[in-house]
Design a protein around this ligand. Structure first.
Ligand code: SF4
Length: 558
C-alpha cells in the first residue's frame, strides 16, 4: 500500500513533558546555531528548514496526560526561566500547607518529620494536561510542528538503525478491512527519533526488547494511579493544601500511597497509587479509592463534593535501577518510558523534562554531524548519568526492591537507611506480574462502599467522567492471545483479575449464548489507556496497542 512519507530531522513520539521540553530546547539550539553561523561566530553549515516534529495519539496535546501534580520546577527553571512571571502559565495554586499522614481506619497520625526532598510548600500545583498544552504552544512559537491525533504504531528500521515511525491507519473496520473514509498511516522518517510515550511505551518497549537495552537493568516496575477531581462547596478551599498519605485502606504488604491537593476554583483532587506487583488477585485500585474517600480525615475535606473528572494511568516506580541504556542507532528514550520518576518523592515531571532536554542536546550534535549512530547518541546516556537526574534518583534506587521483598515496615526502614547512607549496590527484582498470589493463597479484599452517584462512584460512572471515546467500529486495541486461558486456568486460579484491576471495567466475564460458559468480553471503548492489563496480567497474554489516533480519554484538567 502506498504511504505518504514525511521526512523529519528529529521526530518526537508522544507529547508529554519530556518530549515537549526536548523539542523546545532543540528548536532553540538550532535557531541559535543558525544565527551564529549567519553572523560568522560559529563554523559549519546551518541547519536549513529544520523539521522538528512531535506526534501525539490524543486528539489534542494534554488530553492523555495525568499526574498529581505538585511539580518540582527545577527543569522548568532551566527551560523557561521566566515562567513564574508569565501570565499564561497554567498554575492551579502554590502549595502553601502540607502534611504527611499515616491513615488508620478511624483517623490519622501526622508524620513527625518530613525529609527536605519531600517538602512541597512553595512549589506549583499544576494539571499536567494543561502544562503540556502550554509547552506545546511554546514549541509551536519556536517552529516545532506538533501533530495531535497521530498514534505511532510501528518502528521503521534500516538494518538495526531506527529511521522513524509509522502512524496508524484511520478508517479501519472491526473486521480489519478499510471502511469508506480510510486513510493509510504515514511513514515519518527521521535522522533521530525520540521515544517519550509515557509509562510502558508501546514502541519504546519494542525498541528496548529488540536492541536489548535493558540487559543490565531491572524490569520496569509500575503502580496504577487513579485520580478524581471534585468540585467542592463554595468557599471550602482556602489555600493550596497538599497531603500525602500512606496506610489505610491498603494492606501492609501492598505498596502504595494517596494524595489530596486543593486546586483553584473550589476544586480538589484525590488520587491513589498502588504497586502492580501487589499480591491480592482481586486488587481493584478504583474500589480502594472509593473506600479511601469514606475515611473521616478525607471526608472532612471532600464531603459534599461532586466528582467531575476521572482518570487512571500506570506510573513507573522502578526508579534508577530500571533505567535502560538510553540510546541506540537512530533513537533515544526519554521520560517515563525510561523510568524517570523518583518513587520516594513521587515526582517525575522535572526528571522527564530534563531527560528530554539532554536528549535534545545529543540530537543537535547528530544533526550537525549527520551521524545518528549509537556512539553519537550515547552522549545523551552519559549526560543523564552525570546530571542532577542521577543525584535526584539515587536514594530511591532500591526502594521498590525493599518494599517488594520486605513489605511496608521493612521497606520503609530500609529505604530510610538508604536515604541517609546511600543505596549501595542495585538489588535485582522480578517483573510485577510474577508476584500475584492465587485465590487460594489470599483472603478476599474488603467490598466497595455503597455508591451514591456523586461522591462515591462506580467504575462506569467514573469512566464517563474521563471523557473516553473510541469508535466501536474498529479492531479492538486490546489483544488477548488465548481467551481460553481466561475461561479456564485463570478463572480457577486467579478469579479473572483483569475484571477487577482494570480501572475502566473493560474486561467482563459473560455467559456465552451458545453454551452458557463464562467467556471474556473486551469492552475496549471504555479503555483509558492506563496499560495496567499489559503489565499485571499473570499470564502475560494481554497486549495493549494504540487504537485509531485521536481517540481515548479526554483529560482536559488532569
Ligand atoms: Fe487500562 Fe487495560 Fe483497562 Fe485499558 S483495558 S483501561 S489499558 S487496564
Amino acid at each position: 500500500m502506498p504511504r505518504e512519507e514525511l521526512p523529519c530531522h528529529v521526530l518526537f513520539v508522544g507529547a508529554g513533558p519530556a518530549n515537549l521540553a526536548g523539542a523546545l530546547h532543540l528548536a532553540r539550539l538550532v535557531a541559535a546555531h543558525n544565527e551564529a553561523v549567519a553572523n560568522g561566530s560559529a563554523e559549519g553549515p546551518s541547519i536549513d528548514e529544520p523539521m522538528i516534529a512531535v506526534i501525539e495519539k490524543g486528539n489534542a496535546v494534554g488530553m492523555h496526560q495525568l499526574s498529581g501534580a505538585v511539580m518540582d520546577p527545577r527543569a522548568l527553571d532551566e527551560l523557561v526561566p521566566d515562567w513564574r512571571d508569565r501570565s499564561d502559565f497554567p498554575l492551579e495554586r502554590w502549595a502553601e500547607r502540607e502534611a504527611l499522614w499515616f491513615l488508620t481506619p478511624d483517623g490519622h497520625v501526622d508524620a513527625p518529620w518530613i525529609a527536605p526532598e519531600l517538602h512541597n510548600v512553595g512549589k506549583p500545583i499544576v494539571s499536567l494536561g494543561r502544562l503540556c498544552a502550554w509547552l506545546a504552544g511554546l514549541c509551536e512559537e519556536a517552529g516545532v510542528n506538533v501533530f495531535p491525533g497521530f498514534a505511532g504504531v510501528d518502528l521503521l528500521w534500516e538494518g538495526d538503525q531506527v529511521v522513524g515511525v509509522r502512524t496508524g491507519d484511520k478508517g479501519v473496520g472491526k473486521d480489519g478491512q478499510p471502511k469508506g473514509a480510510f486513510e493509510p498511516g504515514m511513514d515519518l522518517r527521521a535522522l533521530v527519533t525520540v521515544f517519550g510515550e509515557g509509562p510502558r511505551g508501546h514502541l519504546a518497549r519494542k525498541l528496548i526488547q529488540r536492541r536489548m537495552l535493558d540487559a543490565d537493568a531491572n524490569p520496569m516496575a509500575y503502580e496504577l494511579g487513579v485520580k478524581e477531581v471534585l468540585e467542592l462547596p463554595a468557599g471550602r478551599v482556602q489555600d493550596g493544601f497538599v497531603a500525602h498519605m500512606i496506610g489505610w485502606p491498603l494492606d501492609r504488604d501492598v505498596f502504595g500511597g494517596a494524595f489530596l491537593y486543593t486546586l483553584g476554583g473550589d476544586r480538589a483532587c484525590i488520587g491513589l497509587m498502588v504497586a502492580l506487583d501487589a499480591a491480592p488477585p482481586d486488587l481493584d485500585v478504583h474500589r480502594e479509592l472509593q473506600r479511601l474517600k469514606t475515611h473521616p480525615s478525607i471526608r472532612a475535606i471532600l464531603e459534599g463534593g461532586k466528582v467531575v473528572s476521572y482518570g487512571a494511568k500506570a506510573v513507573t516506580i522502578g526508579g534508577w535501577s530500571s533505567v535502560p541504556r538510553l540510546a541506540t542507532d537512530g533513537a533515544v528514550i526519554v521520560g517515563d518510558s525510561a523510568s524517570f520518576l523518583n518513587p520516594m518523592r513521587v515526582k517525575g515531571i522535572h526528571l522527564s523534562m530534563k531527560s528530554g532536554m539532554l536528549a535534545a542536546e545529543a540530537a543537535f550534535e547528530a544533526l550537525k554531524s549527520g551521524d545518528a549512530s549509537a556512539s553519537t547518541l550515547m552522549a545523551y546516556d552519559t549526560a543523564v548519568r552525570n546530571s542532577w537526574i542521577r543525584q535526584d534518583m539515587a536514594p530511591a534506587t532500591n526502594m521498590h526492591a525493599h518494599f517488594a521483598t520486605h513489605g511496608f515496615v521493612g521497606g520503609l526502614v530500609r529505604t530510610g537507611v538508604d536515604y541517609f547512607f546511600g543505596a549501595g549496590k542495585v538489588r535485582k527484582t522480578s517483573p510485577d506480574h510474577a508476584h500475584m498470589a492465587t485465590m487460594a493463597q489470599r483472603a478476599p479484599m474488603a467490598p466497595p462502599p455503597a455508591y451514591d452517584g456523586t461522591y462515591l462512584l462506580d467504575k462506569l460512572t467514573d469512566v464517563y467522567h474521563s471523557g473516553t471515546k473510541h469508535d466501536e467500529q474498529q479492531p479492538a486495541h486490546l489483544k488477548i492471545l488465548d481467551p481460553e486461558i481466561c475461561a479456564t486456568t485463570c478463572a480457577e486460579t486467579y478469579g479473572n483479575p483483569c475484571t477487577r484491576f482494570c480501572p475502566a471495567q473493560v474486561y467482563n466475564m459473560r455467559p456465552d449464548p451458545a453454551d452458557g460458559r463464562l467467556r471474556i468480553e473486551v469492552d475496549f471503548a471504555n479503555c483509558v489507556h492506563c496499560k495496567t492489563c499489559d503489565i499485571r496480567d499473570p499470564y502475560q497474554i494481554i497486549t495493549w496497542v494504540p487504537p485509531e489516533g485521536g481517540q481515548g480519554p479526554e483529560y482536559a484538567t488532569m
